[in-house]
Design a protein around this ligand. Structure first.
Ligand SMILES: *Cc1c(COP(=O)(O)O)cnc(C)c1O
Length: 397
């Protein structure tokens, strides 16, 4: 079915965003958009969510003054510690929020897509805790690569459904989940994992992740009595970046969004040599939104590449695409080598092993400290335990 644009209720960010989906998905997206808008104004909903964020997820997370890294880079650097959220990354902020929306809508089943498995795990966590039947679509290639996360999901009662279409990775898993949802939305919520896709997902995911930026704003004011000069976050689809950036959009703060610069030269016609859709992509439609994507000259989506599995989404959320175009957000690159330097440096200097995704933000900061000004926050989106085998393999190459 040909995607169509429904302007009726879809939010746009400049020309980006919108709702380019088959007819069968318009109804579920519309119902979801209405429920989310209503619940964002519902005090009881927020009390319930805040209770879970506090007692289950472990919020607020600290804003930690990284004294050794600061000395090294000659800039005062604070780390927003999303690595300390239950599950080991920021992803639970979003899955908790959406699961509560689903509950209020009377849904009994959650479906989700996952690439590296981190979002699938965060969905399995809320599925178990809040009593949903949970099924996670995952490409066959990724299932093979991420056995531990498959096992984690299964331990928590989720079923992992192998996806055999296309390149058998993340983008195909999203397509399958959307297909399922079109037929099952009466009782099923599709829990999308990043600030991308059709409306209302980019806005809803941003709002649930904005808890990161709201806390950081209060914490930096308390610690330093002023705004930071810059904030650095890594970008896959854009949820941790939008989450920390959103509450600072009106402030005089440089927002540095670090994409995976990949392994450098070596492009084949099927695989992009990076994950940098914001910096190097072009306009196209991906998963229901007009945004910046990695595509070949014929409009075929390229598979993206990064040493950090969580960064290889072949597009970026529409709001970030817009903010980058208007110059409010500055797209930056960190390649594998830079990320690994960040990974080692933060481990060694601060005793904090970051996720390889977050290590891109750290590596970029170390490479371009002059871009940070005299006071910066780096969003540590997750912890690195999941990446130890990858790093060991890389260093043995
Ligand atoms: C999934 C993930 C990312 C990338 O996703 P965004 O939606 O861009 O935040 C970054 N860091 C960690 C730790 C992740 O698990």
């Amino acid at each position: 079915m040909k995607p169509q644009l429904c302007e009726e209720f879809a939010v746009r960010f400049g020309r980006y965003g919108g709702l380019f989906v088959p007819e069968t998905l318009v109804q579920p997206l519309k119902e979801l958009a209405e429920a989310y808008e209503r619940l964002m104004k519902d005090g009881e909903f927020h009390s319930e969510l805040n209770l879970l964020l506090k007692h289950f997820a472990g919020r607020p997370t600290p804003l930690y003054f990284a004294r050794n890294l600061s000395r090294e880079l000659k800039c005062r650097i604070y780390l927003k510690r999303e690595d300390l959220v239950h599950g080991g990354a920021h992803k639970l902020n979003n899955t908790l929020g959406q699961a509560l929306v689903a509950k209020r809508m009377g849904k009994t089943r959650l479906i989700a897509e996952t690439g590296a498995g981190q979002h699938g795990v965060a969905t399995a966590i809320v599925g178990a805790n809040l009593g949903f039947e949970t099924q996670v679509y995952m490409g066959e290639v990724d299932i093979e690569r991420q056995k531990m996360n498959v096992y984690r999901m299964e331990l928590m009662g989720a079923e992992v459904i192998p996806v055999r279409s296309g390149s058998r990775t993340l983008k195909d898993a999203i397509n399958e989940a959307m297909r399922d949802w079109a037929a099952s939305f009466e009782h099923t919520h599709y829990l999308l994992g990043t600030a991308a896709g059709a409306h209302p997902f980019p806005s809803m995911v941003r709002d649930f992740q904005s808890v990161i930026g709201h806390e950081a704003r209060e914490q930096i004011l308390e610690a330093e009595g002023r705004m930071p000069r810059s904030i650095v976050a890594c970008v896959g689809g854009g949820s941790n970046a939008m989450g920390i950036f959103a509450p600072f959009l009106k402030d005089d703060v440089r927002l540095l969004a670090v994409e995976a610069g990949g392994r450098g030269p070596g492009r084949t016609d099927k695989i992009a040599d990076n994950g940098a859709s914001m910096g190097y992509g072009s306009d196209g439609i991906l998963h229901g939104a007009l945004t910046k994507i990695l595509q070949d000259p014929f409009g075929q989506i390229l598979e993206s590449y990064s040493v950090a599995a969580g960064l290889d989404y072949p597009g970026v959320g529409p709001e970030l695409a817009y903010l980058a175009e208007t110059g409010r957000v500055l797209p930056k690159l960190a390649d594998d080598k830079t990320a690994l330097q960040g990974f080692r440096a933060l481990s060694r200097l601060e005793g904090i092993i970051p996720a390889l995704e977050s290590a891109h933000a750290v590596g970029y900061a170390m490479q371009e400290p002059e871009a940070l000004g005299d006071l910066a926050i780096i969003n540590i989106s997750g912890r690195g335990d999941k990446d130890l085998a990858t790093v060991m393999d890389y260093e043995n190459l």
